[in-house]
Design a protein around this ligand. Sequence first.
Ligand code: KIV
Length: 281
Amino acid sequence: MSATGAAKALTPPDIAARKGKMPLVCLTAYTTPIAKLVDDHCDVVLVGDSVGMVLHGLPSTVGVTLEMMIMHGKAVRRGLEKAVMVVDMPFGSYEESPEQAFRNAVRLMAETGCSAIKLEGGESIAGTIRFLAMRGVPVMGHVGLTPQAVNTFGGYRVQGRGEDAEHIVRDAITVSEAGAFAVVLEKIPEALARQITQEVAIPTIGIGASPACDGQILVVDDMLGLFGTFRPKFVKRYAELAGTAEAAIATYASEVRERRFPAVEHVFGDVPRPVNGGEAA
Ligand code: KIV
């Protein structure tokens, strides 16, 4: 806290400087109320393109648009004071050319007020990362399982269990050398994530990776248990809010049907008392 009581806003260089130090705490957020809840506790808040699956019911992140990211980015901005806000570049908004990536990254930064963007890929996208980083766009990389490539991978399997392990190491090193300030390692074996963390110069942020990473990230809805059935191995559920919410909704429904809600404290003026346990007089 500063002398004025306001928390000092973190920056991408502050995150880069945490390599090998106190683990970075990162969560996703897509709305203002959740951003307000996580801000005090997080170093990085990611407006992930997982929003497409989590809030919009899409089957993958492939259908997420720049407009969706801008809308959710603006909402999250209103809830943050301290954490670094990173917004995902959605599929199709950066792969064509460095110029396309720059144009869309500038839109994300200017319209949402985020301080960095995240994009998926390793060696294949390194030229774009360098182009952006040299032009004032802080970039977070993302290697290993890159969900936007689900159709190429043929699913969401753990990556780097075979010969592709060396390729993922090269991806992470290339992303770091291209100028990214941090890199997400998603769904790769623990030993591989540990090795990459030792070899790259920037903080690694793990999801389904390793406790040795320089930080961890989870989708906030997953760790709060807002889904009934989706339980990937790498998610620890710190709450079971779906069950709590469903029980509350069921209670509301029966109270409405039994005319027990609204009660006297919820209405303006008196509620006539029921006569003989039947209809109100
Ligand atoms: O979109 C997302 O939420 C992400 C995190 C899971 C890293 O990319």
